[in-house]
Write a protein that binds this ligand. Structure first.
Ligand code: FES
Length: 194
């Protein structure tokens, strides 16, 4: 009887311990911002990194400083300047009131025109309403070909960007009239190709 009483007291104590443990709870407080605290803890656990400069920058090859791009004297600036210089070298850039005028005899059309040095031989003929042949108008085909009667064409005109005629053909008097600006009086045969 006494043993049974002691046993039941023991069981009761165990039950009370379990109930107390459960009632005190095992729930951990949840921080307001879990993700922020996790990030902070992770950040503290990662040592500071100190990566070296990329090789191409440290040896001065390729990595232009940000300020140099588009700035004065930068690569773009130089490109724009060279383009400007190229443009200003074109006879077309000569102001009308400064342009020399030359007499060009268009042999097949039977007329002599006064052509300023800032106008192409093709344009001068077109202004007369003549149906002269052309295609690209950029010196990259042979459609507008012509022939200077008296010798190497570049003794009488300058080509601004012709890419089709060989030196020999220019030497024989051939020209691409869409990019040909007169530099002298001449006799021209239109619609002639080598
Ligand atoms: S039209 Fe093409 S080169 Fe003159």
């Amino acid at each position: 009887m006494v043993e049974a009483f002691g046993l039941s007291i023991g069981v009761l104590l165990v039950l009370m311990t379990v109930v107390l443990h459960l009632s005190s709870g095992t729930e951990r407080p949840i921080p307001d911002d879990v993700s922020q605290s996790v990030l902070e803890r992770r950040a503290e656990s990662v040592p500071d990194t100190n990566f070296p400069e990329p090789m191409n920058r440290s040896i001065g090859g390729g990595g232009a400083p940000a300020g140099a791009i588009g700035g004065e004297g930068g690569a773009e600036g130089e490109l724009a300047e060279s383009e400007e210089a190229e443009e200003s070298e074109s006879p077309a850039a000569i102001p009308d009131d400064e342009a020399e005028v030359y007499e060009v005899e268009y042999e097949k059309e039977g007329e002599t025109l006064e052509v300023p040095e800032n106008q192409t031989l093709l344009e001068a003929g077109e202004e007369q309403g003549w149906d002269l042949p052309y295609a690209c108008r950029a010196g990259q085909c042979l459609s507008c070909g012509g022939h200077v009667a008296d010798g190497p064409s570049e003794d009488y005109l300058t080509h601004d960007g012709q890419e089709m005629l060989s030196e020999d053909e220019v030497g024989d008097g051939y020209t691409l009239t869409c990019v040909a600006y007169p530099t002298s009086d001449m006799t021209l045969e239109t619609n002639e190709t080598p």
